[in-house]
Structures are given as structure tokens and as C-alpha cells.
Design a protein around this ligand. Structure first.
Ligand code: GAR
Length: 216
């Protein structure tokens, strides 16, 4: 069966992108990474993608008069590569309203908190400041609002008394690297369905929310 073609947008390190590339390299994984686009020319993730033989492109906002024309340029490249699902992976540029409309139901993001808590930057630091005992990560469909949209899946981790932003971020990131490939697999298997109340995943009894066991 043809594999789902995934386009990834990054701005930096690209560890979630790398997790998706690793997953896609394993035989039987039903999606392939067709193209990686960065808005930052020296994003460390770009050589990782290129090294895996994946088409890459840089699109700079400096070459575009407004957000929508930038977003249309991104879309055009994804279309050239036959992309069917777009995954934001540490993409730190705010999208125009046009982009989520163009990719409605086929645009996902990963965020390092249990949304709707702690949107925006420094989510782990926000969690520490709030004193929560559990945090985690969320994969959701993207709507025009920042870090918003129907939740597809979440993974939870404990917040430990001596955590710093670095240690909590690292614990969450390990779960991100499990969760994102899983959700992309669900899309490729045609199991993700938008309902009136959000998203359900066929075959997952809880409807799509996963709570991983706390690490020792
Ligand atoms: C990840 O933790 C991702 O969840 C977060 O940026 C990091 C990117 O790391 N995204 C957001 O905060 C989106 N609001 P990566 O480049 O190594 O994947």
C-alpha cells in the first residue's frame, strides 16, 4: 500500500523530526517523510534530514511581504512533493489563518505540555512555576490559534521536586519522540477522525489519549 507522504516544518534542533525520520525508516511503517522545510537557514535539523536523503528547503520570511505569502510558498513546496499530512516539529513561526485552512484536518503540531495548559514558549518552565505534579506533551490538529486545536493524543510525565526546566523538558521530550510517530502512524492508517467534540482514533479505546507510565 502507498505510504502517507508527510511534510515537516522545523525551526531548530529537529529532534522530533529525527524521531519521525527514524520511525519512517523502519520497515512496515506506513508513512514516509517526503520533505522538510525550515524557516531558519542554519537550523541544526536540516543536515539531519538531508543526511537521511530527504528533500529539504529553507524559506525565509525576509523573502515574503506577509505571513500568508510565506505560508503559500511553504504549501507550494509541500504540494510539489505530494505531501498529504503536515507535521509542525518545533516550528516557531506563527502561521497565517490561511495555512490551517489549506491543510484542514491534515496539519498537526506537538507541544511540550498537557494542553490547554502552558501554551507558547518555555512550557516546562511554566509547568514548574505553576507547581503542577504532572505534565507531558500533546499532539493536536492545528487551528489558527497558537497551540490550540482538537487534541489527538497526550503523554504524561511526573514533575519531580528537584526538576529544572532542562530535566523536565528532557523527560517530556522522550515522550514526544514516542508520541509523534505513533500519531503519524494513526493518520497513515486512516484511524484519525474528527468528530463534533474533537478527534477520535479508531481502535484506541480511550479515543486517542495515552498516559504512559511514569519513568522510575
Ligand atoms: C519540542 O519540545 C516541541 O514540542 C516544542 O519545541 C521543541 C522542538 O524540539 N514545540 C513547541 O513549543 C510548539 N509550541 P525539536 O526541534 O528538537 O523537535
Amino acid at each position: 500500500m502507498a505510504k502517507l507522504k508527510v511534510g515537516i516544518l522545523i525551526s531548530g534542533r529537529g529532534s522530533n523530526m529525527a524521531a519521525l525520520i527514524r520511525a519512517a525508516a523502519s520497515p512496515g511503517y506506513p508513512a514516509e517523510i517526503a520533505c522538510v522545510i525550515s524557516n531558519v537557514a542554519d537550523a541544526p535539523g536540516l543536515p539531519i534530514a538531508a543526511g537521511a536523503g530527504i528533500a529539504t528547503a529553507v524559506i525565509s520570511h525576509k523573502d515574503h511581504p506577509d505571513r500568508e505569502s510565506f505560508d503559500r510558498a511553504v504549501s507550494a513546496i509541500f504540494e510539489e512533493h505530494g505531501v498529504e499530512l503536515v507535521a509542525l516539529a518545533g516550528f516557531l513561526r506563527i502561521l497565517s489563518r490561511w495555512f490551517p485552512g489549506r491543510w484542514a484536518g491534515r496539519l498537526v503540531n506537538i507541544h511540550p505540555s498537557l494542553l490547554p495548559a502552558f501554551k507558547g514558549l518555555h512550557a516546562a518552565q511554566q509547568a514548574l512555576a505553576a507547581g503542577v505534579r504532572v505534565s507531558g506533551c500533546t499532539v493536536h490538529l492545528v487551528t489558527p490559534d497558537l497551540d490550540a486545536g482538537p487534541i489527538i493524543a497526550q503523554a504524561a510525565v511526573p514533575v519531580l521536586p528537584d526538576d529544572t526546566e532542562e530535566t523536565l523538558s528532557a523527560r517530556i521530550l522522550r515522550q514526544e519522540h514516542r508520541l509523534y510517530p505513533l500519531v503519524v502512524r494513526w493518520f497513515a492508517e486512516g484511524r484519525v477522525a474528527a468528530t463534533g467534540r474533537g478527534v477520535t482514533v479508531k481502535g484506541i479505546p480511550s479515543g486517542g489519549t495515552l498516559l504512559f507510565s511514569p519513568e522510575p
